[in-house]
Design a protein around this ligand. Structure first.
Ligand SMILES: Nc1ncnc2c1ncn2[C@@H]1O[C@H](COP(=O)(O)OP(=O)(O)OP(=O)(O)O)[C@@H](O)[C@H]1O
Ligand SMILES: [Mg+2]
Length: 335
């Protein structure tokens, strides 16, 4: 089998801060293949953005990889010299951030900003960069792209700015696109249009995409596979259809139950009990242990089982395949 485009392999990462060591990621693994969209979901603070920044080689200086590796198309990103990783960014892999306005330079026209990327990474001259920037805007379905290329970010709506960011990210035809909450804060119509565009470009170009989102409906509709993160662990991974139809980790099941759906009343939407643990404190092998209604004695003592391939789960007592019987193993007193 060909090497995955992005291979995050057993990555552990911590931030050394004044208030302590934040164990932000522990033994995190996921892959993105060519032409595939992998969704990364989980509550706020679970380590989604940190994983993306590590893959792009743009981690905060306090961040330190303590184990594992990230490979892009077989090439090590972790431990590689910054100038090597910088060559990959923009040309091979690109990222779309959550807030499009802050990702753009407010005092330069959007056409010039796209042109900069094309000249830096795509070998374009000043003249060709201008024409290609207009083409890039047309490709993300911006009406009247020649006029819009001369606009400043403040003259465009939030949805238009995000399209500009996508145009900039796609200008050099990256093989991997990382999207961190690309449509948060945009209205639903714009969100749908932008997601459709990302999917289309993945299918057309065979680009791989990592889609970070809080929105499980969006993930279910858009992604081929999903990785669920909780407190710095990937707790479950699998084909999107399987994972949503038959979640195996109790956290995934709670996350799905906590998602509003058409026809579901507010009372029927479950809140996930408890909070994420403090990542600066000493942590048990399973970081969901204190919140989990299915916890067993083994969860305190033994390391998490490996994720495995296919529909994988890091849980000693997953849903659906419980040799000990559902009722007998639920240890509410200890939870
Ligand atoms: N620069 C940093 N210094 C210290 N801790 C950090 C830093 N960046 C992230 N963290 C910590 O790492 C953990 C994971 O953060 P991350 O931003 O990846 O979460 P997330 O899943 O993207 O959340 P959200 O959905 O809110 O964007 C959090 O506990 C966060 O406080
Ligand atoms: Mg984030």
């Amino acid at each position: 089998m060909a090497a995955p485009l992005l291979d995050v392999d057993g990555l552990s990462l911590e931030f050394r801060t004044r208030s302590g060591v934040v164990k932000a990621l522990e033994d995190v693994s996921f892959q993105v293949a060519k032409g595939e969209i992998l969704g990364l979901v989980g509550e706020s603070g679970s380590g989604k953005s940190v994983s993306a920044y590590a893959a792009m080689g743009i981690l905060d200086a306090a961040g330190c990889v303590t184990a594992g590796a990230i490979r892009y198309d077989g090439m090590a990103v972790t431990g590689a010299p910054e100038r090597e990783v910088a060559k990959l960014r923009g040309r091979e892999m690109a990222m779309i951030f959550q807030s499009p306005r802050t990702a753009l330079n407010p005092i330069r026209t959007v056409g010039d900003q796209i042109g900069d990327v094309l000249r830096r990474h795509g070998g374009a001259t000043r003249q060709t960069a201008r024409a290609r920037a207009v083409e890039a805007l047309a490709q993300v379905r911006i009406p009247d792209p020649a006029r819009r290329a001369r606009a400043y970010p403040f003259e465009l709506s939030g949805g238009m700015c995000q399209r500009v960011c996508i145009a900039m990210a796609l200008a050099c035809r990256p093989k991997l696109l990382i999207c961190d909450e690309p449509t948060t804060g945009l209205d639903v119509t714009t969100q749908a249009a932008i997601m459709a565009l990302i999917v289309e470009l993945c299918r057309e170009r065979g680009m791989g995409a990592l889609l970070i989102t809080h929105d499980l409906h969006l993930a279910a509709e858009t992604c081929d596979r999903i990785a669920v993160m909780h407190a710095g662990h990937v707790v479950e991974t699998g084909a999107a259809a399987d994972l949503f139809a038959q979640p195996r980790h109790p956290y995934t099941a709670s996350l799905i139950a906590a998602t509003p759906a058409a026809g579901r009343t507010l009372d029927a939407i479950g809140a996930i009990p408890g909070n994420l643990p403090d990542l600066r404190a000493a942590l048990p092998p399973c970081r969901y242990r204190a919140r989990c209604p299915r916890a067993l004695g083994v969860c305190d003592a033994d390391p998490l089982p490996p994720l495995g391939s296919g529909h994988g789960v890091r849980c000693h007592n997953p849903l659906g395949c419980n040799p000990m019987g559902e009722e007998a193993t639920v240890d509410h007193a200890a939870a």
